[in-house]
Write a new protein. Sequence first.
Length: 717
Amino acid sequence: MARWPRSAQQVTQIAWLFALALFMTLTTTIATAQENIEIVGSGIALPLLEDLATAAEQEVAVNVTGTGPGLQALCNGEASLVAVPRAINSDEDAACTENGVTYSELLIANDILAVVTNADSNLPTCLTTDVINTLLAPSAANRVSDWTGFVEQAADEAEAPEAPALSVYLPEAGTRTYALLDSLISGAGLRADATLADTATILSSVAETEGALGVVSLPDALAAGDSVSVLNINTASTGAGCVAPASETLEADTYTYGQPILLYVADSAREDLSDFLSLITSQDLANTLTEDGFVAVSESAQAINQAVIAGESEDGRQFTTAQTSFQVPASLTGEVVVSGTGAGYSYVNSALSTLTSAQTGLNVRYQIEGNAAGIRRLCNGEADIVITTTTLSDEQNAACEANEIVPVTMPLGTQATVLVAHAADEFAACLTTDQINTLWGATGEELPTNWNQVDASFPDQGVTLFAPSLGSIYGDIMMQYSAPLLPVRDDTETSADALYRAAATANVEGALTFMSWPDYVRVLDNEQANIQLVGVDAGNGCITPSEETITAGEYPLTLTTHLVTSQSALIDVNVQSILWTLFEDSNLSTLQTNGYVGLSGNVLPGLRQQLEREFSAASEAALASAPATDTDAETDTEADATDEAAEDTTDTTEEEVTEEAEATEEATEAPTEDATEEMTEEATEEATEEAEATEAATEEATEEAVEDVEATATSES
């Protein structure tokens, strides 16, 4: 009896020891799960994640793999946490699905740029993205040197003071802010004459210099207080007007000068990592974000983060649902007829060659016959896509309507011809279109060899012309104001190398050449001296070419190309896939190589979103036009109509491929040589329609560029 209490005491001690051991085992297991944390991904995002973990007293290992490889590791089941400055794309998402990997998305912070100006200068409070591009693009170097043309918003024109000189201060190369800005501005790099400096120097210089403009992170701009003005930005594609920089506006896609810092979490590891994720997304770490130059997420984003971590939100994208989801199927079968003008054929054929090489069952048949013939085929239901440099006339719209064809237009881009003269030839600083036609046109009469033969006010100076290869589309664009359309004279010095032509022009007084705008940008990047860009007067005053005046339709020597399809064609996955391919980011460099102006990493995603909206509208229209039945059978009828439409499309495609097999000769012709002939034929045989074409004509980096600097940006905080 006396020993029982001792035995009970021993039992109690043993029980407590067992419970303690069990608790320590569980604690060790949880601690191990929380301590062995590795985050892979972007060198832009990972330093922030590491700092947040340190502030939260959490140990993590970071591995800079780059954005693409990091997301690939996630979708291969090799990584549980991936930090990146962009959304997962459709190809990567498809790889996750194929491998059975599900994930969640957290918004860690926002990386927002602020454009700042001198607070005391009489400058605009809002700039469009086009104007910012004009001010900061490589082509602006040593050319855009003051605020002339950009200060109308600041004062009444009658009272406006002389535009101040423009001084530009930008982040140092290799920094995160420079890389982000570079990805938003077209061209390789930023203007070479800008002062690159650290943040403190940028802000103090802008504050002290009249007419100064700089770019810094938003937290740094706000910390400067009233010493600088933080500008609103107007991105035309959003339709939101002038928008102030903030997390709320960036997350709403209305302020476009920024990027998200996202953390992708494998769902298989999310529960084990929940404590860690809660700590690094806590609002208590806002100071760490600010110190690193980032902006805390909005309250609504914070609530979504908490729901994701708690497992109360659906898997997948919680913050990037506005991203497109269309994917080109792995196996396409059928034929798509592309008709219209040869002006955009080179790009379309080049961009689609990779698609058709991989999709051997897909045939693209080209019928390059000119604008009028292409639109006629579209309205007759004989063409799926038309490349056109005109807008549809009332008569053409009526023809389409008569055949129940609803045209859908997508802008491909604008090409421009710019003229470059010897720097000392002040008389050539601005030329009228009549003078250009006289200089360059093959009239069949005696051609001018002296500038005073072009205009009596010009000096007695010999004319030396350097031209690209005969038949260049840029010659056609330059001569579009001649009636009938004149070819370029053939007694010029010819070279396909724009750099050579520019150098030759610089060496000869009275010399003149022409080229595309991208080629002119290359000339500037090559630091060619002793040349000047020629303004052109088509009757509305002299307009100097720039990316802004070209894309706005103000500069006259331009040609805007559109892709026109029909709403009924947009339910065909082959047509969808072709249009999608033409606007993919991977083809941005090809677009620019083909001379299209105003395209950057900001533009193509918006065009793809527009395509998805058009795909949905086409599907809804097809369902609405299906034969109506009683309400009880409505669902079955719609399903049957969809199946029948797919069967009909397959049958029609097979029949057309058989019937059109003999058309391979036509499909393999090289329509690029037809551009001059098409414009000449349409000027003589279809004068009315080509007059409309004349009126219509009057009217990088990117994600990849950001990734290129990720390795060097790991030390940027």
